[in-house]
Design a binder for this molecule. Structure first.
Ligand code: B1M
Length: 218
């Protein structure tokens, strides 16, 4: 199968919610020599984005959204080790504690951000989803995190980012806070006092490098 057909296949398994086929399609793509990031951006995520748009307009329903997200998660299980393989050869750049804020169970974007940060040489501690502000603080303190990463996908949960940052500042924790997620913008990040905002996972890596004082590479 050529690259174009493989990308179409990746799109299809997510768009149609063919959960059971997603891992096999990802494996086939890697065997054919496709880059794992290309698989995500041009195949799996492109479809998830479209399902999200159609969910927003009422053309698709929650069970279809759930199936599409599950298909992406299955594909990620195959792609992540390939990203992580880069990690072992690099020196740790810093420790990032990452999670999706309380009330929010969207995990795919945060997971990809974590994978790329790991591949770039950061030690990543992923707290998961629906993480209360207090847990972010406790874990950042106990792990002496260099960076705290807060993901939020809902306009209603973005406010939790503000709460975590206020508590981090109040506690005087020496940690840099980065925020992201579909509804998050640079001006929101500035308003809530974050140290940085990243639009996507690649930008998150560049931002994290800046926050720990490592110059841009390449
Ligand atoms: Co939900 N959902 N969802 N959803 N969902 C959205 C966000 C929505 C925009 C869909 C829509 O209406 N068009 C909408 C939000 C509307 C709003 O707030 N204004 C929405 C809604 C309404 C809901 C529910 C309320 C639906 C319901 O129950 N009626 C519900 C809420 C549940 C909750 O959290 N309490 C819900 C549930 C779900 C599922 C569980 C079914 C599923 C998530 C499954 C999972 O994650 N395990 C889901 C999905 C899949 C989506 C969409 C379609 C896709 C999200 C995603 O994974 N994108 C989404 C539509 C959309 O965003 N276009 C939608 C792919 C991912 C790679 O992108 O997460 O943006 P993203 O991450 C990017 C960047 O944002 C950035 O880098 C990532 C990689 O490039 N980034 C960071 C993310 N975090 C970062 C952190 C950083 C830096 C960068 O630093 C720390």
């Amino acid at each position: 199968m050529d690259r174009g057909s493989l990308l179409e296949e990746m799109y299809r398994v997510v768009y149609e919610g063919e959960v059971h086929r997603a891992a096999a399609v990802a494996e086939r793509a890697l065997e054919a020599g496709l880059d794992p990031l290309e698989c995500l951006d041009l195949g799996f995520m492109k479809a998830l984005q479209q399902v999200g748009v159609e969910f927003g307009t009422g053309e698709k329903f929650l069970p279809e959204l759930v199936a599409a997200a599950e298909a992406v998660q299955r594909a990620l299980q195959v792609l992540e080790p390939r990203l992580a393989a880069l990690r072992s050869r690099r020196q740790a750049l810093g420790r990032v504690v990452l999670g999706t804020v309380e009330g929010d169970i969207h995990e795919i974007g945060k997971r990809i951000v974590g994978s790329l940060l790991g591949a770039a040489g950061f030690e990543v501690v992923d707290l998961g989803v629906d993480v209360p502000a207090g847990t972010f603080l406790e874990r950042a303190r106990e792990l002496q995190a260099d960076i705290l990463g807060l993901s939020a996908l809902l306009t209603t949960t973005m406010e939790r980012q503000r709460e975590v940052i206020a508590r981090v500042r109040q506690a005087g924790l020496p940690v840099r806070v980065m925020v992201g997620g579909a509804p998050v913008t640079a001006s929101w990040a500035e308003e809530i006092g974050a140290d940085g905002y990243a639009e996507d996972a690649t930008a998150a890596v560049e931002l994290a490098r800046r926050l720990v004082g490592v110059e841009r590479c390449g």
